[in-house]
Design a protein around this ligand. Structure first.
Ligand SMILES: *Cc1c(COP(=O)(O)O)cnc(C)c1O
Length: 233
């Protein structure tokens, strides 16, 4: 894999372009099968661990929405690209430490991983200081897995209500990462139902291995990394 600053080979650039095309086709097919329009599904291209040049190749292929896990990495890669691509959107999708909230609020258009009251406090404080609130999704630990981020099922309703009261319309919806083994479909359905019950428009669910199933279950955003950019080192 190329290092941070070496340009991509034409082959690699072409590969990202055709992978994106293929993912977009599969999104359209899944949306159609679900009786939904392809435009209703937003592809979040997850570029973590891939160099800025890979992001540029995707931008050149028409992709505009990107996901990153780590604030530091996102801060190095994305702000310099905004001048040339002003409609670029950066989503932070990884577990967020409270001491990174200020920088996250500064650089992100959306934070998808709001998952606990202490982070809600930190984001609110940073947003007040910065004079801007990014869009927010609450991450739900739909499998109630001990090692995983996200608010557990039993606390989801209360946390959603608290965040709604605090952030108002900036709270757009919910995000989940189902357990790695097993059928993700029930987790997707659970998230959709929970979002609908709270009148939240956005469900972010589905990754490279399962985004068509997520679209069938009503995903609005799918977060796809490997299928676009290849394996992460
Ligand atoms: C890495 C990551 C993805 C993308 O996973 P792929 O399997 O590479 O598509 C999606 N969502 C989150 C939260 C991630 O951390």
């Amino acid at each position: 894999m190329s290092s941070e600053h070496s340009p991509l080979s034409p082959e690699e650039t072409g590969r990202i372009g055709s992978a994106l095309h293929e993912v977009r086709e599969r999104i359209a097919a899944a949306a159609q099968a679900a009786g939904r329009s392809a435009e209703a599904v937003t592809l979040v291209a997850v570029s973590k661990f891939h160099p800025q040049e890979a992001v540029i190749a995707a931008l050149d292929a028409g992709q505009r929405v990107f996901g990153e896990n780590r604030v530091q990495e996102a801060a190095a890669k994305f702000p310099p690209l905004r001048e040339r691509w002003p409609d670029l959107r950066l989503h932070l999708i990884g577990g967020l430490q409270t001491n990174k909230a200020a920088e996250a609020v500064r650089i992100a258009d959306m934070i998808e991983s709001l998952d606990r009251p202490s982070l809600s406090d930190a984001i609110a404080k940073a947003a007040e200081k910065a004079g801007r609130v990014p869009d927010l999704l609450i991450e739900v630990n739909t499998g109630d897995e001990a090692q995983k981020a996200g608010v557990c099922r039993a606390e989801a309703d209360g946390f959603i209500r608290d965040c709604r009261a605090r952030f108002g319309a900036a709270l757009k919806g919910l995000m989940c990462i189902p357990p790695a083994d097993g059928n993700p479909a029930p987790h997707f359905s659970y998230l959709r139902t929970l979002a609908d019950r709270h009148g939240l428009p956005v469900c972010s669910m589905g990754m490279s291995a399962d985004y068509p199933a997520a679209i069938m279950a009503g995903a609005d955003y799918v977060r796809v990394g490997t299928a676009i950019f290849g394996q992460r080192s």
